[in-house]
Write a protein of this length. Structure first.
Length: 265
């Protein structure tokens, strides 16, 4: 279980230490995810270069592997970074964007999991269910399932690959072995802004750089994401102003705002 006080303590620590979160991510979301990391208090770095990735990983407080626009050279870069991060003990957060939609989007995350390179797996319900063996085909990168439908798959993946699994949705569900935390913050309009899911992965990674209980780190990241999203929607006229409001709220987030966290167990 997490509390708003725990979350605030780690957020303050993050803002003081500004951990480098290294992203090997997709071309669609680099701008928003970098801005989200800056707003929350971390330091973003983006690279797809095999020539520099091992050096950059040596400085990383956390590593994000995002499968949003996969290609063979990017996957090779991910492998180099993952091996270096594992050697140095930096947490690795995997976002299996579109798992189930194509072979490369399914097989690659599963291989990373089998290699033991993943500390936190964060995806929508359809992605998590696809990695768990579901035959249902997702609609591109969008989820066709509610997060509650992915609980069994999440627990199975967590137990098999010894990682935390975070399922985003109307309620975010975070599991580790036999533990489960539900976060009930957020707003439906967030699904209309490209990169919001990927941004939550980055915030989770930023928290994992300062909170070594990765179940708590994932829950803290999702609660911050949800609180800022629902607050941003209050005065938003649409997804464009929601994105702007979201970044401002993330930057100005304080202990009082964190008291609106809705945690279930």
């Amino acid at each position: 279980m997490i509390t708003y006080r725990d979350t605030w303590k780690r957020l303050e620590e993050m803002r003081q230490k500004k951990p480098l979160v290294l992203n090997i991510t997709n071309i669609v979301v680099t701008n928003i995810t970098a801005n989200v990391l800056l707003a929350v208090g971390a330091s973003p770095a983006m690279s797809v270069s095999e020539d520099e990735i091992e050096e950059l990983t040596a400085f990383a407080g956390a590593l994000v592997l995002n499968m949003g626009t996969p290609c063979s050279s990017q996957i090779n870069t991910m492998e180099i970074a993952a091996q270096k991060a594992r050697e140095l003990g930096a947490p690795i957060v995997l976002d299996p964007v579109g798992a189930g939609a194509s072979r490369i989007r399914t097989d690659t995350p599963l291989r990373f999991l089998k290699e033991g390179w993943v500390d936190i797996l964060r995806g929508n319900a359809s992605e998590i269910m696809a990695l768990g063996g579901s035959a249902d085909k997702p609609r591109g990168v969008d989820s066709l399932h509610g997060s509650d439908q992915a609980v069994e798959a999440a627990f199975a993946l967590s137990q098999k690959y010894k990682c935390v699994v975070c399922v985003s949705g109307e309620k975010d569900i975070i599991v580790s072995d036999t533990e489960m935390i539900k976060i009930a913050n957020g707003h439906s309009m967030m699904t209309l802004v490209t990169g919001m899911g990927c941004s939550s992965t980055c915030i989770v990674a930023a928290f994992s750089a300062v909170e070594k209980n990765y179940l708590k780190a994932a829950a803290m990241g999702m609660s911050v994401m949800g609180i800022c999203g629902e607050e941003a929607a209050l005065n938003a006229k649409g997804p464009g102003s929601l994105e702007t409001n979201f970044l401002d709220l993330l930057y100005n987030l304080d202990e009082d705002k964190l008291q609106s966290i809705k945690v279930e167990k």
